[in-house]
Unconditional design. Structure first.
Length: 436
């Protein structure tokens, strides 16, 4: 593989940790699949000769024979791969590209998302059925801008959707299906849908609601003696994703921090039968939780967080006190025990967290705010009281600082905000008053 092709491949898979031998093996495997797909004659195995053979691509009366199928496919390469991509469309390449992607990602959810996007936005589209090498930049631009207008897409939606055609073009260029990749020249000239940021009242608990909901959750704990209520209170001090909170084990707790390194996810049972999911279950990357009611969706524990990066979240004193109470209720705990597992298959789940919040919000007579509002409240309170945004980003597990800014709202009540405004102008107001 040439150096430029190596760079293209590494750019495509977004994995700088993959060594060149692995990339070379993967490229060879893909090349052979492509040859087998494009070769128009059947490939046979001869028992007597213990060899593989097929008709010559240029003369069906002649044969090409090799000891292994791999060697035979390699021998066919010079004949089959010449102008191989001239008639292939994005629709033709999509299954091959998707299979390739499945080898390179640890997240079956990513593949599921690609499949959903393909069916909704690309399947049956005339441009995606046209030979890739014949698509002009004008046609590509017209398609992209029309799609954005038709679905009234936001910039973020478009960035997610465009990954499929973008990477198919890259894949085709990397494998010499096309001689030029025009996708980087695509220009969007239509306006994206402007996403209006919702008000803080709907997305975070203000300081008054914060105090009241914590008291209500603690009252529920004292009444029912179930640690799941303490779990929700704890997360107001940790800001974890709901799945990360549910997947916490005692071994994740140290004296000064919580190690977020795995996550509970909800997966459709039929989806779990896919090869990628079965491979994860087999090698222990995904653990199935009990499903006694045989529900359509199954809770699983993945051995990584949403961003595939673990992190340490500092423990403040309030969080330490809560953990001490929970410890006292679990005297025989082991490092691998889930903190909020209460026996009889009673795991803390994302749905359970939202149910507790719904009931608590009703008790204190406020609009329902679900589990993600806890993360926004956590981030907003830290920002309001002066913690640098980059530290908040680290605590939340965000890779991009811009994502963290989307979590920041004003968590103060109207009277608290007004008081700060008064203080901001107090000295100036006094000077003006004295002058007059």
């Amino acid at each position: 593989m040439q150096e430029t092709d190596q760079k293209e491949l590494k750019k495509l898979i977004h994995d700088d940790t993959m060594d060149m031998d692995t990339i070379a093996d993967l490229e060879k495997m893909i090349s052979r699949k492509k040859i087998e797909k494009l070769h128009r004659y059947t490939i046979f195995y001869n028992d007597k000769r213990d060899a593989w053979y097929t008709c010559h691509p240029l003369d069906y009366k002649k044969r090409i024979q090799r000891k292994t199928k791999e060697a035979l496919l390699d021998a066919l390469a010079p004949y089959v791969l010449v102008n191989a991509g001239a008639s292939l469309s994005m629709t033709d390449l999509y299954p091959e590209w998707l299979e390739y992607k499945s080898y390179l990602t640890n997240s079956p959810n990513t593949i599921d998302t690609h499949e959903k996007h393909w069916k909704k936005y690309f399947e049956g589209t005339p441009l995606f059925q046209k030979p890739l090498a014949e698509i002009t930049l004008k046609e590509l631009n017209l398609w992209a801008n029309s799609l954005i207008k038709e679905y009234n897409l936001s910039s973020k939606q478009w960035q997610n959707i465009r990954l499929i055609p973008k990477q198919i073009f890259e894949y085709a260029y990397m494998n010499d299906y096309i001689q030029r990749n025009i996708f980087p020249q695509l220009k969007v000239t239509v306006k994206f849908r402007q996403v209006v940021k919702k008000s803080a009242e709907k997305l975070v608990y203000n300081s008054e609601e914060f105090e009241r909901i914590l008291l209500d959750l603690y009252s529920s704990f004292e009444l029912k003696k179930e640690v799941r209520f303490l779990a929700v209170i704890l997360n107001f001090y940790l800001g974890l994703r709901a799945g990360e909170l549910a997947a916490l084990q005692w071994g994740d707790i140290s004296e000064d921090s919580v190690h977020a390194q795995r996550e509970m996810t909800l997966v459709q049972e039929t989806t779990l039968q896919k090869e990628a999911y079965q491979a994860q279950i087999k090698n222990g990357q995904r653990i199935l939780l009990p499903n006694p009611k045989h529900n359509k969706y199954v809770y699983t524990i993945e051995d990584h967080t949403k961003t595939h990066k673990d992190r340490y979240v500092p423990l403040i004193s309030q969080a330490k006190k809560l953990l001490n109470i929970i410890r006292s209720l679990s005297p025989y705990r082991k490092a691998t025990d889930y903190i909020f597992y209460e026996g009889d298959d009673k795991y803390l789940t994302m749905r359970g967290i939202n149910s507790m919040l719904e009931y608590a919000c009703k008790h204190i007579d406020i609009d329902t705010k679900r589990s993600h509002a806890i993360r926004r409240t956590y981030a907003s309170r830290l920002a309001t009281f002066g913690l640098p945004v980059d530290a908040i980003r680290s605590n939340l597990g965000h890779s991009d600082l811009n994502t963290t800014y989307d979590y920041l709202y004003n968590p103060l009540t109207a009277s608290e905000s007004l008081l700060i405004m008064e203080r901001a102008f107090t000295s100036l107001s006094q000077q003006v008053t004295t002058t007059f």
